[in-house]
Each structure stands twice: as structure tokens, then as C-alpha cells.
Design a binder for this molecule. Structure first.
Ligand code: 1CP
Length: 338
């Protein structure tokens, strides 16, 4: 299978392609289901989560599926549920406001519904299934901010003023995360991805203190290949390599071909088309995809993806063009007399 071969840096045909947030609002089929159920119902009902996971596989023939769920299931399982409000995003009923609140942050509800969804999806797909989680720092920031935040001000103030209790919080989240990834793997996830979506808010010494040690713990304790995606972390490539993930996900603000030269050949790279290129005319989409594909041609450890999640108002036709461009690259590549 292309995707697993690429994760193991042993892919000798065209690169596999999938898209972060591939099952989402840009798909009319998703919006149709969403008009009947709220987001919480969609992730909690295994039949619905499985159905939504399959949508982009059927519509675009992606080379990997990612289970339909959310990084905020971990706070929920620790007794801090979220609502997803239209036009606002996730809103936490009861954010963490002081270190005393950590005492109440204990495993409360099971995440078995994610495992059930994985078990329903597996027999229906011939491509690998990706499980996932948010990295502890990113999840901590949602717990403290109470939802989406532009500057993570409360989170940063907490970690700067009281690093010891912030570590306690990260420790609780890390334990829950390892258990949740193991659950997904036991249920059938072939690979897991860790999303450190808010890593770009941390300075270097803060990444070293509040991000990497916890990612390291997670990677060393799960029994499946791990993709680490840390937004804005390309400048600390050496540290990412030290974490020994199977693959590093790159955001779009870097030249993946240059990065390849500095990453050991046993670590795969995933990325990194600017998600907004999908707003462009189809020829531009093709050209920008081909630029990346040519730069990575023949690389046995390359997975084509966007540099971050797909935006909700992208046209499905643009996604078709992206996927076709990657898949046609195979033909051009394989029919070459060389
Ligand atoms: O209103 C709706 O229909 C819900 C929109 C939505 C969807 C489709 C949310 C709310 N989550 C999801 C699914 C989701 N979230 C997946 C599913 C699998 C797939 O990729 O198809 C994944 C992998 C996530 C991961 C996730 N959730 C991240 C990390 C990835 C990233 O893009 O950085 C984050 C930060 C979240 C939090 C979250 N959940 C939902 C929203 C709108 C947000 C982000 C809000 C914010 O910007 O802070």
C-alpha cells in the first residue's frame, strides 16, 4: 500500500495523497449529514463517524482514511465537554482557571465510540486508516482558553507564571493521549498523527520544555508509526528528528525539497501545499502541486498533503484536481523510459 510504504520510506511508485481535515464542511455530502445532526452526535455515533470517514475515500479515492473524530474528545473524556457553536467553533463549558482545577481532571467517560467507529470503517476500506490526537500543549490551550483563541494569552501566562502546574496538566493529558492512541491502534488504526496545531505560539525554550518531552513520551509508547505535525516547527528540524517520528508533517511555509536534504532517509515527510492554493484556478493548482511533486520525485518517503487543514469553503472540484495531479504524476513517472 502506497501510504504505508511511504511512511516506511520504501515507496517506489507515485506518492500517496490524503488531506488533513479531508472529511469536513467543504463536502456537500458532509453538510447534508451535518444538517441532520450536530457535530457532537456525528463523532459520538460510530455509524455516523464511520460514514463520514468514508466520504472523501469514495469521492476522491484518497490513499489513506483518517477517522472522523476531534482532538477535543480528550478534554471531554476528562470531564470537560465542548459544544461546537456555529461560526464560533469549540466552546468549553467549564475552562480550567487555576491549578486547583487539575484535581477534577480525571478520566470520566470512555472513548470507546472512537474504537467502534474504527472497527466499522476498517472492513470497508482498502487503504490504511489514520488515528489521531492533539498534542498535549495544543489540547491544554483549548482547556485553558475555553475555545479557539488568537493569541493563547491565558495559556502562555499560565505556563510562564506557574510552569510546575502546567507540567502537571501536560502530564495528565499525555497519559490520556497515550491510552487513546493505543485504543485507536487496537481497534485497527494503522498509523497515528499527532497535531501540535498551536506549536507556533511557543518560543524555542518553551518548545523544549512544554512540547518535545511529551511528544517523545507519546512516540516511544505507542505501537504504530507516528506522524508528527507541528505548525511552525520547521525551524527546529533537528529537535523534530530527535523525536524519531516515522514522518514529519510540514506546513506550507518551507521548501520541502530543501528540508529533505536535512532529514534522515528513514524519516518520511508529509506536506505541504498552501491550503489557499485550492482557491486558485485549476491550472495554478496543478502547477503548484507539480512543483512539489517534481521536487520530491523518486523520494521513497514522501506523502502528499496540504500544509494544514483544508478550509471549509474550498470547492470539491479543486480537491479532485489536486488528487488527479498527484495520481497522474505516477503515469508520467512510470512511462518514463528512464
Ligand atoms: O461544524 C462542524 O461541522 C465541525 C467542524 C469540525 C470537523 C469536520 C470540527 C470542529 N472538527 C472536525 C473534524 C476533525 N478535527 C478531524 C477529522 C478528520 C479529518 O481530518 O477529516 C480532525 C483530524 C480534527 C483535528 C482538530 N480539531 C485539530 C487539529 C488539526 C488542525 O487543523 O490543526 C484542531 C485544532 C481541532 C479543534 C477544532 N475542532 C473543530 C474546529 C472548528 C476546530 C478548530 C477551531 C480552532 O481553529 O481553534
Amino acid at each position: 500500500m502506497l501510504f504505508l510504504d511511504a511512511i516506511h520510506c520504501q515507496n517506489h511508485s507515485r506518492p500517496p495523497v490524503w488531506i488533513m481535515r479531508q472529511a469536513g464542511r467543504y463536502m456537500p455530502e458532509y453538510r447534508q449529514i451535518r444538517s441532520q445532526y450536530n457535530f457532537q452526535e456525528m463523532i459520538h455515533k460510530p455509524e455516523l463517524a464511520a460514514e463520514v470517514t468514508l466520504l472523501p475515500i469514495h469521492a476522491f479515492d484518497m490513499d489513506a482514511a483518517i477517522i472522523f473524530s476531534d482532538i477535543l474528545t480528550i478534554p471531554e473524556s476528562l470531564g470537560r465537554p465542548f459544544q461546537f457553536k456555529e461560526g464560533i467553533g469549540p466552546v468549553l463549558e467549564n475552562p480550567l482557571t487555576s491549578p486547583q482545577d487539575l484535581d477534577s481532571l480525571t478520566p470520566t467517560t470512555s472513548l470507546d465510540f472512537v474504537a467502534e467507529a474504527i472497527k466499522l470503517v476498517k472492513p470497508q476500506i482498502s487503504v490504511p486508516l489514520i488515528g489521531f490526537c492533539g498534542a498535549p500543549f495544543t489540547v491544554a490551550s483549548y482547556l485553558i482558553e475555553g475555545g479557539s483563541s488568537r493569541d493563547l494569552k491565558k495559556t502562555k501566562q499560565w505556563l510562564l507564571r506557574d510552569p510546575a502546574s502546567f507540567h502537571q496538566l501536560l502530564d495528565i493529558l499525555t497519559q490520556a493521549t497515550i491510552k487513546h492512541l493505543q485504543l485507536q491502534i487496537s481497534a485497527g488504526a494503522d498509523v497515528v498523527q499527532i497535531f501540535e496545531s498551536w506549536a507556533n505560539h511557543l518560543g524555542y525554550s518553551q518548545l523544549q520544555e512544554f512540547c518535545f518531552p511529551y511528544i517523545n513520551r507519546i512516540i516511544s509508547q505507542v505501537d504504530a508509526p507516528v506522524i508528527f505535525f507541528g505548525r511552525g516547527t520547521v525551524g527546529v528540524l533537528e529537535d523534530l528528528i530527535q523525536l524519531k517520528p516515522h514522518a514529519i508533517g510540514l506546513d506550507w511555509a518551507c521548501d520541502i525539497t530543501q528540508i529533505r536534504k536535512n532529514v534522515p532517509t528513514n524519516i518520511a515527510l508529509q506536506g505541504n501545499l498552501d491550503p489557499q492554493v485550492l482557491y486558485a484556478p485549476h491550472d495554478t493548482i496543478r502547477r503548484e502541486c507539480q512543483r512539489i511533486l517534481s521536487g520530491m520525485e523518486g523520494d521513497p518517503g514522501f506523502i502528499f498533503n496540504l500544509g494544514h487543514g483544508i478550509l471549509p469553503d474550498i470547492s470539491p472540484d479543486a480537491v479532485k484536481v489536486l488528487v488527479e495531479t498527484v495520481k497522474e504524476f505516477q503515469c508520467a513517472h512510470e512511462s518514463s523510459p528512464f
